[in-house]
Design a binder for this molecule. Structure first.
Ligand code: ADP
Ligand code: MG
Length: 447
């Protein structure tokens, strides 16, 4: 326990760290921290948000212990207070969500959710199982598990569907919950509108009164510098109150051209990828969509269509619509011939494989500082085994091939690949540094 003035030791800690981190990191993370109170055995710090608290503890716990008082468990004895909260309470992680009383606001509060985008109508397969269960978890316990949930993946793979499903399900479980679903474009328009009408405060109050904010297509925030900051502020104030945020994007946070601050915040919770469904799932989606339209497609024909449309679920839907129209119009039975006639222009040929396993291995070897030959070998040392699993995880994410093919490139079975992906997904839930390493590999591979 320290006997000297703890305030001074905090200053000494800052000086010590200043020499060991970048100026930007220092200004972003450490400079905004204020000392509120000190005593011989504890220090109370005011942090602008929970990210700063976590950043401090994740990165400097050991150093903090050398400079500051330590509690009985050997942790730095710091009480954290979040700035700008009317009630200054120490931060309680995992605080149960409290539904806001309905605020007297007229700002068009209307639940704009697509009625057909529900969990019940979302077909699961290996490419989206993980993200779907995260989405269900969040809708069940908003603000209490992963926050934010960041869903990324290519066009037409069900991101918006899942986003709306979260809203529907949360509402179904708790009618009073205030859910707002908005596209990034609409958010920007709202802001422009409020600026014009000089009602920005009202808009801020509205957003901050929500329990769940669902934001679609965050990539449209890129190159909108003025709006980025306002978005980030709204985002932080909701997260600080344990309100749930879900964001969708066409790329992972690290590949978005947004400020470091906002990328760091988006990576904070859970980043989940939604990939193209495999053949079996595509068939199930086709059958499901056809059934909804009152059309019965023989299995063999469903496989035939799903084999030829493989990069976008929306196109599968388009195929069903076209087929339904054709059958009704000409009163024809579905046959392979008819399918070819009506859908041939939708059919795709296999795309050129842009990312190869070899590219992935090279990038992993650099980032994880292992040799490509080791990754291809059978060594089970911890470092190599982890790097190898990350390679499999990225191969599944970035290569539009079946798991069997990907497995073959590694000399493994598809179940080994699946196991590796699950292991990495689990690790990613609470391993920030692994998250960053993987983001780095992705960037490396894409360049
Ligand atoms: P994204 O937002 O990723 O571009 P959408 O969520 O708009 O894609 O999905 C495109 C269409 O495909 C929607 O009509 C959606 O219902 C459907 N869809 C996508 N994935 C699935 C799935 N796994 N199960 C059922 N429908 C799906
Ligand atoms: Mg979408």
């Amino acid at each position: 326990m320290l006997t000297c003035d703890t305030h001074d030791t905090w200053t000494q800690f800052l000086e010590y760290i200043k020499k060991r981190c970048s100026q930007t990191a220092f200004e972003n993370w450490l400079a905004p921290i204020k000392v509120l109170e000190t005593s011989a055995d504890t220090i109370t710090l005011e942090v602008p948000n929970i990210f700063v608290k976590a950043y401090l503890l994740d990165n400097y716990k050991k150093d903090l212990c050398s400079f500051l008082p330590v509690d009985t468990q050997g942790n730095p004895a710091i009480k954290f207070v979040i700035a700008d909260q009317t009630e200054r309470k120490p931060i309680q992680p995992q605080k149960p969500l409290q539904v806001q009383p309905v605020v007297e606001e007229r700002l068009e509060y209307e639940l704009k959710l697509n009625p057909s985008y529900k969990f019940e109508t979302f077909i699961e397969g290996p490419s989206n199982q993980f993200v779907k269960s995260a989405a269900v978890g969040i809708a069940t316990h908003p603000g209490r598990s992963y926050n934010p949930l960041f869903i990324h993946g290519g066009v037409g793979l069900g991101k918006t569907h899942l986003l709306h499903a979260i809203g529907h399900y949360a509402k179904q479980l708790n009618k009073k919950i205030r859910v707002h679903c908005i596209t990034t474009e609409a958010f920007i328009n709202d802001l422009v509108d409020s600026l014009r009408k000089k009602s920005v405060d009202r808009m801020k109050r509205f957003y901050r009164s929500l329990d769940i904010l669902l934001v679609d297509d965050i990539q449209f925030l890129q190159n909108r510098l003025n709006f980025e900051e306002e978005f980030c502020n709204t985002f932080e104030s909701l997260i600080n109150q344990n309100k749930q945020i879900v964001i969708t994007s066409d790329k992972p946070p690290g590949s978005l051209k947004l400020s470091e601050r906002i990328v760091a915040r988006m990576e904070w919770g859970l980043v989940a990828h939604v990939g193209m469904p495999d053949l079996e799932t595509r068939v199930a989606i086709l059958q499901h969509k056809a059934e909804q339209k009152g059309l019965k497609i023989p299995n063999q024909i469903a496989f035939f269509i799903a084999e030829h449309i493989f990069s976008n679920v929306r196109q599968l839907e388009g195929a069903i619509n076209r087929l339904t129209a054709h059958c009704r119009l000409f009163n024809q039975e579905i046959s392979e011939e008819l399918v070819e006639q009506t859908l041939s222009e939708l059919f795709q040929t296999a795309p050129k494989q842009r990312v190869s396993v070899e590219n992935i291995l090279k990038s992993i070897a650099t980032v994880f500082q292992v040799r490509v030959t080791d990754l291809k070998g059978t060594s089970r040392t911890k470092e190599i085994a982890l790097a190898r699993q990350v390679a499999m995880y990225l191969a599944k994410e970035m290569i539009s091939e079946s798991l069997i093919m990907i497995g073959a490139s590694f000399g493994k079975t598809h179940s080994t690949i699946l196991h590796a992906c699950k292991t990495i997904e689990n690790k990613l839930k609470n391993d920030e540094s692994l998250k960053r390493q993987i983001a780095l590999c992705r960037r490396n591979i894409n360049n």
